[in-house]
Design a protein. Structure first.
Length: 134
C-alpha cells in the first residue's frame, strides 16, 4: 500500500506481537526446566500466532472490517490461555474448578471492544483514504 502508513503497519504487527510475547518467553523457560512437551508446544503455538498475525493484516484485506480480522487473533489468545492452563497443570490440580475462571471472562469484554463499539465496527483499512479526501 502506501508508504505513508508505515507507522500504522509497525504498530499493528508490533502491538499484536507484544501482546503474545509471554508465550515464547514461558516456552523457553519450560525448555530450560526440561519440560519438553510444554516448551515445544509453546514454541509451535508461537509460530502459529506469528503466522496468524502476519496473515490477517488489514493492508492485505483492505475491504474487510477490523473486527473480522481480529477474530482469529482472539482465537489464538484463547488458545494461548488454554495452553498456559495446561502447561502449569491447572487442569490436573485437585483445587482447579472451572467456576473459578468465570471471572476472567469479564476481561473478554475489553477485548471485544472493536466488535461491540458501533463507531469502530465498520472501520476498514481503506476507510483511511476516504476520510482523508473529505
Amino acid at each position: 500500500m502506501s508508504k505513508g502508513r508505515k507507522g500504522e503497519k509497525i504498530g499493528w504487527v508490533g502491538g499484536l506481537c507484544g501482546g503474545f510475547l509471554f508465550v515464547p518467553i514461558i516456552s523457553i523457560i519450560f525448555l530450560f526446566q526440561n519440560k519438553w512437551t510444554q516448551g515445544l508446544t509453546g514454541l509451535f503455538l508461537t509460530l502459529s500466532i506469528s503466522f496468524v498475525i502476519l496473515y490477517f493484516v488489514p493492508w492485505r484485506f483492505t475491504k474487510t472490517p477490523y473486527w473480522k480480522l481480529l477474530l482469529p487473533i482472539y482465537g489464538m489468545f484463547i488458545l494461548a490461555g488454554l495452553w498456559m492452563l495446561w502447561s502449569f497443570t491447572a487442569f490436573q490440580s485437585y483445587e482447579f474448578k472451572w467456576s473459578d475462571i468465570w471471572w476472567v471472562l469479564w476481561f473478554f469484554l475489553i477485548m471485544l471492544f472493536p466488535i461491540l463499539n458501533k463507531n469502530f465496527r465498520n472501520r476498514k483499512w481503506e476507510n483511511h483514504y476516504i476520510e482523508q479526501s473529505k
